[in-house]
Design a binder for this molecule. Sequence first.
Ligand SMILES: NC(=O)c1ccc[n+]([C@@H]2O[C@H](COP(=O)([O-])OP(=O)(O)OC[C@H]3O[C@@H](n4cnc5c(N)ncnc54)[C@H](OP(=O)(O)O)[C@@H]3O)[C@@H](O)[C@H]2O)c1
Length: 280
Amino acid sequence: MKKLAKLAMIGVGNMSGAVLTRLLESPAAPDEPVRVTTRSEASAARYEHNSRVRAQALESNPAANREACRDASVVLLGVKPQQLPDLLAELSDRIAPGTVVISVAAGVETRAIESRLAGGVRVVRAMPNTPATVGLGVTGIAGGASADAEALEITRTLFAAVGEVVEVPESQIPAIGAISGSGPGHVFLLVEQMIDAAMHYGFDRETATRMVVQTFEGSIALLRNEPETEVATHRRRVMSPKGTTEQSIAVLQDANLTELFAAAFAANVRRSNELAEQLR
Ligand SMILES: NC(=O)c1ccc[n+]([C@@H]2O[C@H](COP(=O)([O-])OP(=O)(O)OC[C@H]3O[C@@H](n4cnc5c(N)ncnc54)[C@H](OP(=O)(O)O)[C@@H]3O)[C@@H](O)[C@H]2O)c1
């Protein structure tokens, strides 16, 4: 695996902090310390005993972002979407042409980033999800008009440290956000529903949680064990004719689950497009 060179990470909170932690354990980790910036001293202090990270907080050094980007060949922007326009204004004359700039900000299109940076900067967008923290993430990546194959390869290498990477055209990033970005939220909702059902039948929360979490984990393991078998086939194996599962599945399907999911994802994608509109 190719190593990443001269990496700067501007903002390392929940999302890009997870990427950094895993990246440092991966063979793709850069030889030079990763330059990291945060707003507060408290957040930068998490890295003070890590010799492979050079962390600085804006609180004590207002030039920290500009210093971190000097000579960087890859800059990962990990701030909140609303913070991105000011950050790009601050860094526009500091990020040199040729640099690969990767943004994880939901709803900010590559052309909005490209228009605020020097020509020749290669911009890629990434949509990771929180299971990245445990190395089981899914990251959708899309290059802007400025990105070449090398920029996408560098981005792929970076996010491969935290799980699967799926390359898509940028028009599909909102859909990636709905399916895998927001996905953990939807899975947790299903888990909550099943825990509540178990508690309704008298199980205490701890036992109910253990049962449901293991059921999810076991079901996913069955899918992984036979990847060539369709998910619906796995489902039908649990549904003996006139059996119990058939009854509960019928109730769920009668509630137009397919349309309900379609409407839920459409609402998600719509919000993503609204955010993109605001941050264009
Ligand atoms: N969470 C998800 O599921 C998810 C999924 C996909 C994409 N994303 C995207 O990931 C991005 C970050 O989300 P998050 O949940 O990781 O947020 P977060 O935990 O609040 O992290 C933001 C980080 O940026 C730092 N920061 C803020 N302003 C800065 C500035 N001007 N210069 C340098 N550092 C600055 C913060 O420092 P302090 O800690 O000192 O405040 C913090 O380290 C967002 O754009 C979001 O859309 C998140």
